[in-house]
Design a protein around this ligand. Sequence first.
Ligand code: PXP
Length: 239
Amino acid sequence: MRLAINIDHIATLRNARGGREPDPIEAAKVCEAAGARGIVCHLREDRRHIRDEDVRTLRNIVKTKLDLEMAATDEIIRIAIDIGPDFVTLVPEHRRELTTEDGLDIIANKRQLEDVINTFHQHTIPVSLFVNPVDSQLEAAKETGTDMIEIHTGEYSEARTKRDQQMQLKRIRRAAKLAKSLGLGVNAGHGLNYVNVTGVAAIREIDELSIGHAVITRALLVGLDRAVRDMLRLMRRQR
Ligand code: PXP
């Protein structure tokens, strides 16, 4: 199972002072050197953290895989095609949200998603769809022609009781198995941390975890290199 690190929060911190530090580009290099197999960033409509020039520079320096998280709007699609990340992850985006809140409603937006995926495929850019662990949404995802899905682990991460957490983990396990059986690549993420990652890391059908907040905030205390290595160690222990 690969670990991809979302570096948006490095840019959030940089933007707080309007200067150049901390530099998301340097952060990406440290993450890769520590064993991350991918770098994720979300170019939002409001550019609250990652900016266009960050994505362009990341494209040049990322040696593993650059995953550009994005809403399927005309502007961002144009930028993504111009920059050419290794793949894009399509997410819903709402202006007032603190972070991505929900999976895509693939059933309701199937036609539009098919068109967007086609456009990316014409430019040989693979696509992942961020989706809740719901059978009907995964089956609809398969029909859109997407290459991968990313299972939303938010409800699992936010579970307040052991019982609910186990139930949410079961949903993720089932979704991962279904997506794999449909021939899709399977990523997962949102809200994963140094405690709850173990349950998800034990699911063999998941190819990659996308983790941001927990690793970047731990990095403030112990350093980014160690924060990435600690997460990898926890993931590997489950295999
Ligand atoms: N995957 C997706 C689609 C996301 O939107 C985010 C948050 O930016 C993550 C993974 C990472 O979530 P977290 O920062 O909670 O680890």
